[in-house]
Design a protein around this ligand. Structure first.
Ligand code: TYD
Length: 208
């Protein structure tokens, strides 16, 4: 079972991915918790390239290419081998992030992302994608503004910019309704965690 967490920055994905991993381990499942960009040593270096001091120089197409390079090795070295062993893989972000950020907010061409998906994913798509949905205009305090090693990297990220990301996520969810599960991220951490655990247990039971 391959489960991905998606949502705008500040939606609580990382906390919820960790809680789900802990809850499933309590139920005796073997779980690998990983993240993008990152998940491998080289992938973490790509993350540094994207978010380090010089990260602001990449345009959205270049960002996408870097994300997919990291994604490719992540799939090859971690995700596919762990799935083959029968383990549950939980990834904090995956390809839907590229659609939401580089296409939804960055306006890169859809056909570039479709081509990258077909070459890089090669059919390894999530069984479940949990979208932690948050309205950036209702919860501006929750938005996180990454990185300010240089004081202003990503300062352009306004609630309106995040709205573009959110709308792209919701469109992905409509298009891929068989794997998307939308959860209202404005609820408490405990309620969100219980909702997600319930959904995942149902899906595991279905697959058995
Ligand atoms: P992340 O580490 O998930 O932080 P947060 O917990 O704040 O969401 O964020 C990584 C950033 O990278 C986030 O702003 C989304 C962005 N990103 C993309 O733009 N494209 C991608 O394909 C991925 C995986 C992430």
């Amino acid at each position: 079972m391959f489960i991905t967490f998606e949502g705008i920055d500040g939606s609580g994905k990382s906390t919820q991915a960790r809680l789900l991993a802990e809850n499933l381990r309590t139920l005796d499942h073997t779980v690998v918790l990983t993240r993008e960009p990152g998940g491998t040593e080289l992938g973490e270096r790509v993350r540094d390239l994207l978010f380090g001091l010089d990260g602001r120089h990449w345009d959205p197409t270049e960002q996408a290419l870097l994300h997919y390079a990291a994604r490719s090795i992540h799939l090859r070295k971690v995700i596919r081998p762990e799935l083959r062993k029968g383990n549950i893989v939980i990834s904090d972000r995956f390809h839907d992030s590229s659609w939401a950020y580089q296409w939804g907010a960055g306006n890169i061409r859809k056909d570039l992302l479709s081509t990258l998906d077909s070459h890089v994913l090669g059919g390894t798509v999530p069984d479940m994608t949990i979208l932690l949905d948050l309205d950036p205009e209702e919860c501006p305090g929750r938005l996180t503004y990454r990185l300010p090693e240089d004081g202003n990297h990503f300062d352009h990220r306004s609630p309106l910019w995040f709205q573009g990301v959110r709308e792209a996520y919701l469109e992905r969810a409509r298009l891929h309704s068989e794997r998307f599960y939308i959860v209202d991220a404005s609820q408490s951490i405990e309620v969100v965690a219980d909702t997600i655990l319930h959904m995942v247990r149902e899906k595991i039971d279905e697959q058995c």
